[in-house]
Design a protein around this ligand. Structure first.
Ligand code: SAH
Length: 364
């Protein structure tokens, strides 16, 4: 394409380095390009895909949420979380979502469209740019209290091997959308995020987590890619009766089939699967369900990430009582299942999936 614009082909690598390595799409920052070709090249190859509609921060500036508007007016969210040992970007893979989980704000709104690979990658580049330009203070624990040790914070991304927090170390596909329902774009985004500069951003595959409601054929396809990305499965219930309502796609692929695909993924990749479980008061947090979950997972290459429910506006559901949460953890541990409780960053900025987009499109 660069050659087609009448430029020497090596300018392609220069542009890629600017975008993936220096996180800029601004022509005036590309001083290694001849003045006259900067604008035409940047405009043709790095069009502005996302425009920040709203930006919110909390935890002393170390949690940053952005609501983006796409070229065609769709709204998507991304969140940057800077910790002492890593920086995690939570990105959206679709505008909206078609999976209709009743506790999830995005699920309520339905699917608008798939995001392109570039729209997914642009969210991470934007976060990397915030960090690189010194706009995010070094991470502390944040202001939410609670006795969560750094190791037990429950962020599925794990820690950065380098402990370098001036760059994005982890990416989780836990923003809006079902990543495996937008398979081709998500997979290409994973490549762009993890290939070394200039082909990509050079993030470790092991630090990328793809979270799914449990689309069994797509999990099998992902396993066959031979990547070392982490798979997260949003289980939320150990029994089909309840999971049919909490994660409606369970009516298509049930608990047994989803976990079967998860264990195949673990076997193919050697990666521990993260089982996501939003604790909802008196809905899925009973001790007997903890035991049922423990039996399903005992001896497997799995880790449970308990997420205190972040209630969506108008929801009749809320987070579990602390005693129920403690008992749930205790019973899983009694089955020998590793379990962490997710740090609940970003509550005061509508941190949960889809909440900011929902509030922006509602009359204010
Ligand atoms: N569609 C994918 C990824 C996006 S959601 C999936 O379902 O896995 C990322 C995680 O946040 C999922 O585990 C989802 O169930 C959970 N989640 C959604 N809304 C939530 C809420 N209000 N409180 C807590 N967790 C929520």
């Amino acid at each position: 394409m660069v050659a087609g614009l009448g430029q020497p082909p090596f300018r392609a690598s220069q542009l890629s380095r600017h975008f993936f390595g220096r996180y800029t799409d601004q022509a005036d920052e590309m001083t290694d390009l001849p003045l006259a070709s900067r604008d035409p090249l940047a405009r043709a190859l790095l069009p502005r895909l996302l425009t920040a509609e709203r930006e919110l921060s909390c935890d002393a500036g170390t949690t940053r949420k952005t609501l983006w508007r796409t070229f065609d007016g769709a709204l998507v969210e991304s969140v940057l979380m800077r910790y002492p040992d890593r920086v995690t970007m939570c990105v959206s893979s679709q505008a909206g979502c078609g999976m209709a989980c009743p506790f999830c704000a995005t699920g309520q709104a339905g699917l608008t469209r798939n995001l392109s690979t570039a729209e997914i990658v642009a969210q991470v580049v934007a976060g990397a740019r915030l960090l690189a330009t010194g706009q995010v203070p070094p991470g502390g624990r944040g202001g939410l209290g609670g006795k969560v040790s750094p190791r037990d914070r429950g962020d599925p991304g794990g820690s950065s091997p380098r402990g370098d927090t001036a760059r994005v170390s982890n990416v989780v596909f836990m923003g809006m959308g079902e990543p495996l329902a937008n398979y081709a774009s998500v997979l290409a985004a994973v490549r762009r995020l993890t290939d070394p500069v200039p082909e990509g951003m050079g993030i470790s595959q092991r630090s990328v987590t793809v979270s799914t409601v449990g689309l069994v054929p797509a999990i099998a396809r992902l396993a066959a890619e031979r990547l070392s990305v982490t798979l997260a499965v949003s289980l939320h219930a150990p029994d089909d009766e309840l999971r049919d309502t909490l994660v409606p796609v369970n009516q298509r692929w049930n608990v047994q089939e989803v976990l079967g695909a998860a264990w195949d993924y673990a076997a193919a990749t050697g990666r521990r699967v993260s089982i996501e479980y939003a604790l909802i008061r008196d809905i899925n947090d009973q001790a007997w369900r903890a035991d049922a979950l423990g039996s399903l997972l005992a001896g497997r290459l799995a880790h449970v990430n308990l997420i205190p429910l972040n209630p969506t506006p108008g929801s009749k559901w809320t987070a579990s009582r602390p005693a129920a949460q403690r008992e749930f953890v205790r019973r899983l541990e009694a089955h020998g299942v590793p379990v962490t409780v997710r740090d609940t960053r970003g509550r005061e900025i509508d941190g949960a999936c889809g909440q900011l987009a929902a509030s922006a499109s509602a009359p204010r």
